[in-house]
Ligand binder design. Structure first.
Ligand SMILES: [Zn+2]
Length: 170
């Protein structure tokens, strides 16, 4: 397995919609294994394929991150089938490092998709994990968490991002 480079939001691939996957081959299995390792290395809750430069309709999430008992799963061609309730909570993104914002999300979601073995799978999630699923689904639509905010707030977060990047180079 190897750690992949996570693209930041300035890379146009983050705006690409995930292309549907109809064939799970060895290369795809290898990609998801590398994405697991990359997610763990970055201490993230999940990662969408376009974040590592491949605009496929696939993401991985760590179902065990809250218990520090890592359990990474892959969802291929995922679809949210139910959303309920509302919750405001802080959110970040591995493609927008060190920038966080309070985002309104559904409290409860049901999601279905295909796992890396080709099986139909379905998950129910609440709170943090429901948020992670909605965040990754946004990525597959070419959207980022700050697209859920108004332009003024988003612009201020972009300035913050640039300031942090500048300080890193300095
Ligand atoms: Zn993200």
């Amino acid at each position: 397995m190897s750690i992949l480079t996570i693209k930041n939001w300035l890379d146009p691939v983050l705006r690409k919609k995930g292309e549907p996957i109809d064939n799970i081959d060895e290369a795809l299995v290898k990609l998801t294994e590398d994405m697991y390792e990359t997610t763990l290395d970055a201490k993230g809750a999940g990662l969408a394929a376009n974040q590592v430069g491949l605009p496929y309709n696939l993401f991985v999430v760590d179902m065990g991150i809250q218990k520090d008992d890592h359990d990474l799963i892959t969802l291929i061609n995922p679809v949210i089938t139910a959303m309920e309730g509302e919750e405001l909570s802080e959110e970040g993104c591995l493609s927008i490092p060190e920038v966080y914002a309070t985002i309104k999300r559904a409290l409860h979601v049901e999601i279905k998709g295909i796992d890396i073995d080709g099986n139909d799978v379905r998950y129910e999630a609440e709170g943090f994990m429901a948020r992670a699923f909605q965040h990754e689904i946004d990525h597959l639509k070419g959207s980022l968490f700050w697209d859920n905010l108004g332009k003024a707030r988003r612009d201020s977060l972009k300035r913050k991002f640039r300031k942090i990047q500048k300080e890193k180079v300095a």
